[in-house]
Design a protein around this ligand. Structure first.
Ligand code: GAR
Length: 221
């Protein structure tokens, strides 16, 4: 556990919130080194807000219409996160592109989950893109957020097979199982201070061995 208490997470979500639920479940375990401090959505009806409230976590709707432009929205977002003393921002199905100013302000402290083996199939409908491309293997990626779309340094990945009879729904469901496992694991590694960004790569330090590192792809899950 960190000297100054558990890492405080701010989770941004636009929809269903199943990744948020996985994070909430993990963070309620007493030995988990992070807690969700606040959940913010750009959509009033996001199921994610309801999931957070059910668990007694502060859940806020930040309406884009209340802000003049994207920069103003992100400044408002930043104020909320700062008020809640957030140390790590987790994008969990947050369907807005963050402005460069926001990304710079939280550099190295924003994670995203994407339902593809990046750098393949960034952007929207990743599972559909994978099916249409005819790949045999798909998967999920947790990565640090930089100013591009799904381009930041990769923390963890997991693969799943693509079956000949897969639909977008069946493939998405198989990938989602991996997403729910990967995201809490990546948060735990960050909270334990074991992630180091080195250019395009993320080095994952072995537990209890500060300084010793192995590329993330070699980290065992
Ligand atoms: C997840 O599959 C996540 O990987 C994806 O949206 C879904 C959100 O589901 N994110 C992206 O496609 C971002 N480019 P959830 O609301 O149930 O967590």
């Amino acid at each position: 556990m960190r000297a100054n208490g558990p890492l405080r997470l701010g989770v941004l979500a636009s929809g269903r919130g199943s990744n948020l639920e996985a994070i909430l479940a993990a963070t309620t375990r007493p030995d988990f080194p992070a807690r969700v401090a606040v959940v913010v959505s750009d959509r009033e009806q996001a199921q994610a807000l309801e999931r957070a409230r059910r668990r007694g976590v502060t859940a806020l709707w930040l309406n884009p219409k209340d802000f003049g432009d994207r920069a103003a929205y992100d400044a408002g977002l930043g104020r909320v996160l700062d008020e809640h003393r957030v140390g790590l921002v987790c994008l969990a199905g947050f369907m807005r592109i963050l402005t460069p100013g926001f990304v710079r302000a939280y550099a190295g402290r924003i994670l995203n989950i994407h339902p593809a083996l990046l750098p393949a199939f960034p952007g929207l409908h990743a599972q559909r893109q994978a099916l249409e491309h005819g790949v045999r293997v798909a998967g999920a990626t947790v990565h640090f957020v930089d100013e591009g779309i799904d381009t930041g340094p990769i923390v963890l990945q997991a693969s799943v097979p693509v079956h000949p009879d897969d639909t977008e729904e069946s493939l998405s469901a198989r990938i989602l199982v991996e997403e729910h496992r990967l995201y809490p694991e990546a948060i735990r590694l960050f909270a334990e201070g074991r992630l180091q960004i080195a250019g395009r790569k993320v080095v994952v330090r072995a537990a209890g061995r500060p300084g010793a590192g192995a590329p993330a792809s070699e980290a065992s899950l």
